[in-house]
Design a protein around this ligand. Sequence first.
Ligand code: NAI
Length: 241
Amino acid sequence: MSEKLALVTGASRGIGKACAMELAKAGYDIIINYVGNAEAAEKTVQEIKALGVDSAAYKFDVSNKEEVDKSIAEIIEKYGRIDVLVNNAGITRDGLFMRMSEENWNAVINTNLSSAFFVSQPVVKIMMKQRSGAIVNMASVVGVSGNAGQANYSAAKAGLIGLTKTLAKELGSRGIRVNAVAPGFINTDMTKDLDTSKFTDFIPLKRLGEPEDIAKAVKFLAVDAEYVTGQVLEVDGGLII
Ligand code: NAI
């Protein structure tokens, strides 16, 4: 077992999985959170262990405060510390604002924004005791620039950016850094139904991002960037320059 532990939410696939693997390569033991696919979560745990660190999967719904509290308490009881938290879990329920249902509004706000409040609060408590820790919130470029058809999602991601900056101010004196990554279009299940070919024209680097592109930025902010807090790093191939 290593002396450092990272918790990544929504990490059985996509960007979360890539973040978990990158932090494992940096020597962190890794707790992955998942909500649905136990098989995929177990496969990810095995891939992480193959990198020479310890790993385990915890099933909980990040939008359910009771489930979050119970699982984080179990993790802290077992491992005693959490050094890095990546609030990555997220969903989309796209639609034009005037047709958006309250259900789709709430689902996206709860899963993408309230989740970061639920998960971060008990994690920050242990980080405050440690007097060290780093949190990286997975925002989005649409939280910076807005996007037609994503009122719920862009509001949630903009909210995450506000949370990031506020926590950076509140927790800096306790040795805790809080930053956000704002991905552009990344090749994952979330974007697989979009016709992304038309977007590459607008991306200066002329390609979609890969989960590993985001993971490297997350690892930079979580591990290397010791004098950086409250920042939003756009990792989007230049999309919203
Ligand atoms: P994905 O759909 O492959 O991964 C999302 C993960 O979150 C899944 O593993 C899913 O099971 C998990 N999840 C969803 N609801 C959950 C819940 N209630 N509790 C626990 N886990 C839950 O998509 P992707 O692309 O890997 O997304 C990861 C993050 O990156 C999300 O926050 C997303 O909003 C963000 N993002 C993705 C972009 C993209 O182009 N793919 C662009 C900008 C941001």
